[in-house]
Write a protein that binds this ligand. Structure first.
Ligand SMILES: *[C@@H]1O[C@H](CO)[C@@H](O)[C@H](O)[C@H]1NC(C)=O
Ligand SMILES: *[C@@H]1O[C@H](CO)[C@@H](O)[C@H](O)[C@H]1NC(C)=O
Ligand SMILES: *[C@@H]1O[C@H](CO)[C@@H](O)[C@H](O)[C@H]1NC(C)=O
Ligand SMILES: [Cu+2]
Length: 233
């Protein structure tokens, strides 16, 4: 009998979500539905870049991403990091530290349980490198949304990186979040929310709708939690 009460609360979730999405376009509904259901596959708006899985490289080293996509850096042994630079100053934090910085990741074996996630806000080129000693100079660098101009190629960035005496790391994690991957198969269906997904006036309607949908799902999640709590007393 108690189980059936809980079941009722859970069964209300999909229809409530459908109502939320119905007024403002199907994309909102599908994002909400995708966030609400446990999944072992990577959502289509998440792009994975493996750090150090194939030696001192990022795989892939060139990635195309759209506004609203999330880049997930997945870390492999032994010690690596991800830092953003300008094209002109390889291995050096962009704008005196306003670019993203993952912090250092130490991984004993396999894939680190935490990832570094960065939200893509525009399609301008993003250059990044690993700040572990000598890694950037050895070519451990990559680009998101590479420019078409041949003079600003990853090959040229890596060639210039060889001449940079010391790589620069940051002090505190910035420009992204450290936490479990969205692609994690052990998830309970709770959506991954972060401060970087909060709506703001400068963001597109799509991003706002998505943040709103995540908030709704989180709220419904607490309704279920309250329902379960009530069943326990
Ligand atoms: C860079 O940032 C540091 C720490 O915030 C600051 O002390 C320094 O003045 C900045 N340098 C420039 C050139 O802006
Ligand atoms: C990028 O990665 C590909 C695939 O591993 C590799 O063939 C290519 O040389 C790399 N590019 C640069 C500039 O290192
Ligand atoms: C996009 O905006 C978020 C939130 O302001 C920020 O944390 C993130 O670093 C930005 N992404 C890039 C690539 O600058
Ligand atoms: Cu490295």
């Amino acid at each position: 009998m108690q189980f059936s009460k809980l079941h009722l609360v859970l069964s209300l979730l999909p229809s409530t979500l459908a109502q939320y999405g119905g007024g403002s376009g199907s994309s909102t509904a599908s994002v909400a539905a995708a966030s609400a259901s446990p999944s072992s596959s990577t959502p289509s708006n998440v792009k994975i870049i493996d750090v150090g899985e194939d030696g001192l490289t990022f795989s892939p080293n060139s990635t195309t991403a759209a506004v609203g996509d999330t880049i997930e850096f997945h870390f492999y042994p032994e010690k690596h990091s991800v830092a953003q630079s300008s094209f002109d100053s390889p291995c050096t934090l962009m704008n005196n530290g306003t670019g993203f910085w993952s912090g250092g990741f130490s991984t004993d074996s396999g894939e680190n349980k935490d990832v570094f996630s960065v939200l893509i806000n525009d399609t301008k080129p993003i250059w990044y490198y690993c700040a572990a000693p000598t890694h950037c100079q050895s070519g451990m660098a990559g680009v998101i949304n590479p420019p078409t101009d041949a003079s600003t190629s990853l090959t040229n960035y890596i060639a210039a990186a060889k001449n940079v005496p010391t790589s620069q790391g940051g002090t505190a994690v910035s420009g992204g979040t450290v936490g479990p991957a969205k692609a994690a198969s052990s998830g309970t269906g709770t959506p991954t929310t972060s401060s970087s997904a909060s709506p703001s006036a400068s963001k597109s309607a799509g991003v706002e709708a998505r943040a709103g949908a995540q908030w709704l799902v989180a709220t419904l999640g607490s309704v279920v939690a309250v329902g379960m709590g009530a069943l326990m007393v």
